[in-house]
Design a protein around this ligand. Structure first.
Ligand SMILES: *[C@@H]1O[C@H](CO)[C@@H](O)[C@H](O)[C@H]1NC(C)=O
Ligand SMILES: *[C@@H]1O[C@H](CO)[C@@H](O)[C@H](O)[C@H]1NC(C)=O
Ligand SMILES: *[C@@H]1O[C@H](CO)[C@@H](O)[C@H](O)[C@H]1NC(C)=O
Ligand SMILES: *[C@@H]1O[C@H](CO)[C@@H](O)[C@H](O)[C@H]1NC(C)=O
Ligand SMILES: *[C@@H]1O[C@H](CO)[C@@H](O)[C@H](O)[C@H]1NC(C)=O
Ligand SMILES: *[C@@H]1O[C@H](CO)[C@@H](O)[C@H](O)[C@H]1NC(C)=O
Ligand SMILES: *[C@@H]1O[C@H](CO)[C@@H](O)[C@H](O)[C@H]1NC(C)=O
Ligand SMILES: *[C@@H]1O[C@H](CO)[C@@H](O)[C@H](O)[C@H]1NC(C)=O
Ligand SMILES: *[C@@H]1O[C@H](CO)[C@@H](O)[C@H](O)[C@H]1NC(C)=O
Ligand SMILES: *[C@@H]1O[C@H](CO)[C@@H](O)[C@H](O)[C@H]1NC(C)=O
Length: 304
């Protein structure tokens, strides 16, 4: 069944190399189900392992080796020890180890992303074939978070939050968190093609009622980069928010001072009035009368 589906690539190979690799491809596809995965970043050097190591007693001369991409393209092919085919896009960027048949690609490009197959034949007999998936990634810049106040009141500050990151691959996910609560960005992506770096921007309108920590994360192919920003609740209310304890203390001090003043004044004048009244009744004490008749007079003059 698989052989039927595999026939177009087989034809492509026949055209390329003039070989009947029909059976060979069937096996190749069969083994592609178990997948080796290699990740690489743009610009790096990557090695894609093959499935056979040539014993030291032999050499590449007895072998045919095909490195193909996505079944249809021949990246590199060796026969009798010499390179018989190479894809133009891979020229000067690839090398094959002559013993373990590892394919080296340097520098890696976004377009190199995909599934590769290594097929090894010895004296026209299939030795092995294996697939390796190459996931190409490019790092996104650290997210840039900006907050713009769009409305402000005593209760809340409305902010437009923007988070952007650029130059990465593949298409990323963008996620957000407010303190610890996850929030949804209104995301948009820009890229020249599906095999070009992406720019991503997330937007969000928030009502901030207290200082909160905003985090923005950009995730791509198992990698992630994030940044956070402390969103401050701006407050330009007319009445400055004086902490209650301060008010209480001020009020207490005023009350205490008033009380002390009242007591002091009372201590000075009140006893004389009381005494003058009681002394009037106690006529027997003459000195007291003389003494205290002056006091109300001075008090009256001072009050007038
Ligand atoms: C193949 O050989 C090269 C050096 O000769 C080595 O760096 C690489 O790890 C080997 N790869 C495998 C899969 O054995
Ligand atoms: C790989 O091949 C499939 C068909 O076999 C095709 O649809 C797809 O576009 C190819 N991908 C690349 C990256 O060439
Ligand atoms: C590969 O390198 C050779 C010699 O340095 C050069 O002539 C050729 O144009 C290069 N090929 C590509 C596709 O860059
Ligand atoms: C890279 O290649 C793999 C394997 O073919 C594929 O699953 C993945 O979608 C590709 N990535 C991109 C961004 O095209
Ligand atoms: C972040 O974005 C703002 C607004 O787009 C821009 O003015 C600023 O320069 C950026 N900062 C960085 C570090 O890229
Ligand atoms: C935030 O969440 C993490 C785990 O999701 C937890 O360990 C941490 O204590 C939380 N922090 C706060 C301030 O809630
Ligand atoms: C997301 O942004 C687009 C364009 O800026 C806008 O049309 C859409 O209504 C926004 N969606 C949400 C849920 O805010
Ligand atoms: C992505 O952002 C970078 C830096 O801000 C800019 O130079 C580039 O043109 C943007 N790419 C696209 C496809 O908009
Ligand atoms: C923020 O608060 C204002 C005023 O209460 C309201 O009109 C607006 O819909 C709120 N926005 C969000 C995103 O909750
Ligand atoms: C905000 O939260 C992130 C992740 O939870 C943490 O790493 C960062 O230190 C926090 N920043 C501030 C200013 O609290």
């Amino acid at each position: 069944m698989m052989c039927l589906r595999a026939s177009p690539p087989a034809l492509a190979l026949r055209m390329c190399l003039g070989l009947g690799l029909f059976v060979l491809l069937c096996l190749g596809i069969g083994q592609a189900l178990e997948k080796k995965v290699v990740k690489s970043k743009v610009g790096e050097k990557v090695s894609l392992p093959c499935c056979h190591e040539i014993p030291r007693s032999e050499s590449l001369h007895k072998y045919r080796v095909y490195w193909q991409k996505n079944i249809t393209d021949v990246v590199l092919a060796y026969s009798e020890g010499i390179m018989i085919s190479q894809h133009e896009r891979y020229q000067n960027r690839t090398e094959m180890d002559p013993w373990n048949l590892t394919l080296w690609i340097s520098p890696v490009e976004i377009l190199d992303n995909g599934s590769y197959q290594c097929v090894v034949q010895r004296n026209s007999v299939l030795v092995c074939s294996e697939s390796v998936i190459l996931f190409v990634t490019a790092d996104f810049s650290k997210p840039n978070i900006t907050a713009e106040v769009s409305a402000d009141s005593c209760e809340l500050t409305e902010m437009v939050i923007t988070c952007s990151s650029h130059g990465g691959f593949p298409k990323p996910k963008i996620s957000g968190a407010l303190n610890n609560m996850s929030v949804e960005w209104n995301a948009s992506w820009v890229s020249e093609s599906s095999f070009s770096p992406y720019n991503v921007t997330g937007k969000l309108v928030l009502n901030v009622t207290k200082d909160v920590n905003m985090t923005c994360s950009v995730e791509y192919s198992g990698f992630a980069t994030s940044a956070s920003l402390l969103l401050k609740k701006t407050n330009n209310c007319v009445v400055p928010p004086v902490p209650p304890p301060y008010n209480v203390i001020t009020a207490s001090i005023i009350i205490v001072i008033t009380f002390i003043l009242a007591v002091t004044l009372a201590a000075r004048y009140l006893p004389r009035h009381v005494c003058s009244r009681c002394c009037k009744r106690q006529d027997s004490v003459e000195e007291g009368v003389k003494e205290y008749t002056k006091a109300p007079m001075t008090a009256e003059t001072s009050s007038v």
